[in-house]
Design a protein around this ligand. Structure first.
Ligand code: AVJ
Length: 310
């Protein structure tokens, strides 16, 4: 599933640095994707529900502004919320629309594309198996296109990598194309922290699963039960910081790297999840060569969809 040599070099670099960290992409093996799916249905985890409600409310407006012939979705996953956009696209263009999901997981992509083809008779689909962080070329497609990056996945990126990612989208955009970005909003710390510390402990399992993924990929000897889940909101940086904290002193063997020693209380940073407001989102877009055209939020101010163009 993950490239072994790349994983070793990233794990080696991540665990040798200060602070120790692991790349968040390693949450998502099959079990991790299942656990994330479970997270999206937790009462405390509001972002997925808030974004779906916003799309339900605003899809028609977004489509009437962008008038897309093609929808290009980065990190498409199960394309679940995407249906709300596809429905409106097809309503506006009964003669046919094109959907290009871009995702690293070939299995996931193939099954969701097969499903969509069965559901939408007039839809042309081109699955692109690629890491949206890497350089990839889009297949030829009808213009204009709506490029979508939903789910507040941008929240995982610190400012400079976030700018680079959105800039690479901007570079692929043609005149007349639009970009739709889903961001989680800054709000009461208690409410944000609750979303990452659910009462059933699903987020804790999701967090610890990254150690199973490293064990499977590298033959490492992590015992996930010896690490405690920790998620706090850093108000100054406007981000959730998720860590795994060693309960005791312990050694972990990582073939190709050797023994890594943890003292009780030593932490591994596993995820950052940045929260935005209109001004910081506008700034991110403009530093990436894009102009905010519309800013849609729900009444409770939980989540936002930013619509931008060049
Ligand atoms: C998939 C990155 C949007 O940051 O909220 C959920 C992942 N981590 N609970 C997020 C996540 C812990 C999620 N993103």
């Amino acid at each position: 599933m993950f490239d072994r040599a790349l994983m070793l070099s990233e794990v080696r670099a991540g665990l040798s640095g200060h602070p120790r960290q692991l790349p968040s992409k390693y949450f998502y093996d099959e079990r991790g994707s299942q656990l994330f799916d479970e997270i999206t249905r937790l009462p405390e985890y509001y972002p997925t529900r808030a974004e779906r409600a916003l799309l339900q409310q605003r899809a028609a407006t977004i489509i009437s502004i962008a008038k897309p012939a093609t929808l290009i979705e980065l990190g498409a996953g199960s394309s679940d919320k995407t249906r709300l956009l596809l429905d409106e696209m097809i309503r506006a263009r009964p003669s046919g629309a094109t959907y290009i999901p871009v995702d690293v997981s070939a299995d996931f992509l193939e099954s969701s594309v097969t499903q969509l083809r069965a559901e939408y008779g007039s839809l042309t689909t081109h699955a692109v198996i690629a890491d949206f962080l890497a350089h990839f070329t889009l297949p030829a497609h009808p213009s204009p296109a709506l490029h979508a990056f939903l789910g507040s996945t941008i929240g995982n990126f610190t400012p400079e990598p976030a700018r680079q990612l959105i800039s690479s989208v901007s570079d692929r955009m043609e005149i007349g194309d639009f970009f739709l970005l889903g961001v989680d909003l800054r709000k009461d710390t208690i409410e944000i922290e609750r979303a990452y510390n659910d009462s059933r402990g699903v987020t804790a399992q999701f967090n610890r699963n990254i150690l199973n993924v490293i064990n499977d990929g590298l033959g490492a000897s992590f015992d996930p039960s010896l690490f405690e889940h920790n998620a706090i909101y850093n108000e100054r940086e406007h981000r959730i910081e998720m860590r795994l904290v060693s309960r005791d002193a312990q050694n972990v063997n990582i073939p190709g790297m050797g023994d890594v020693a943890f003292a009780a209380g030593d932490a591994i940073l596993t995820e950052l999840s940045y929260k935005y407001d209109r001004s910081s989102a506008t700034d991110l877009l403009s530093r990436s060569g894009l102009r905010l055209q519309e800013w849609f939020t729900d009444d409770a101010g939980m989540f936002a969809l930013a619509l931008a163009n060049r």
